[in-house]
Ligand binder design. Structure first.
Ligand SMILES: Cc1cc2nc3c(=O)[nH]c(=O)nc-3n(C[C@H](O)[C@H](O)[C@H](O)COP(=O)(O)O)c2cc1C
Length: 204
């Protein structure tokens, strides 16, 4: 049994702090064993903003390919730089364009990672946006491991985050945790008969 974890970098900066942290998490995930990973850089993708109901299914851009990867993933790690105590516009645009995936991501594992200038620069606000996004989609949200439960890295210029030992450790911890829980869930669902599954049956 294998699991597949996708790491998405929502920073416009190629090789920046967010990318460094997400790469670190994916590397730790692969160490868990039988885990494949894929890195997606939103800086390289063309993703148009949502322009109102009805537009979502007709916009043709790089989002369709990204959606295919997300659909087959067992775990998703979203990374963002902290911008004014929030996530980047790139990540927000991506998040809004996942509307067609609503109710299709339930039972996948999700985790967020953020990079900001200094600690307490609004990291936790941005991280909560990512976590709330996952909860809205029904994913099972995990952190690193206590005390590294807030997966936040500090650094201003590209590469600075490497000097933030706690941030780098937290990224590793959350990558491991996503891979472990994804594997446990995948194995565990086999024990539950389809008729016993009650989750995800509610409709409005
Ligand atoms: C428009 C803008 C807004 C920012 N706002 C914050 C902020 O609110 N808090 C913070 O700690 N850092 C802030 N920063 C700094 C970045 O979050 C920081 O440099 C981060 O490491 C960039 O990540 P990257 O290298 O992946 O792009 C801001 C940077 C920019 C360009």
């Amino acid at each position: 049994m294998k699991t597949f974890i996708v790491g998405i970098v929502g920073s416009p900066t190629k090789g920046g702090n967010t990318e460094i942290l997400v790469r670190k998490a994916l590397s730790a995930a692969r160490d868990v064993g039988k885990t494949e990973t894929k890195l997606i850089l939103l800086s390289k993708a063309k993703i148009a903003p949502f322009t109102g109901r009805g537009s979502i299914s007709v916009i043709q851009d790089d989002m369709q390919a990204i959606i295919r990867e997300i659909e087959r993933a067992d775990g998703i790690i979203l990374g963002s730089p902290v911008y004014y105590g929030s996530v980047s516009a790139q990540l927000k645009t991506f998040m809004e364009r996942t509307l067609p995936l609503w109710k299709k991501l339930t039972d996948k594992v999700g985790a967020g990672i953020v990079a900001g200038d200094v600690h307490f620069g609004g990291h936790e606000l941005a991280l909560n946006e990512i976590r709330n996004f996952f909860l809205n989609h029904g994913l099972i949200v995990v952190s690193g491991e206590p005390p590294l439960w807030e997966t936040c890295g500090a650094g201003l210029n590209p590469g600075d985050v490497r000097k933030d030992r706690w941030g780098m450790e937290a990224a590793s911890a959350v990558g491991r945790r996503v891979a472990e829980i994804a594997m446990i869930l995948k194995a565990g669902w086999i024990l539950l008969e389809p008729s016993q599954r009650k989750a995800n049956s509610w409709s409005c």
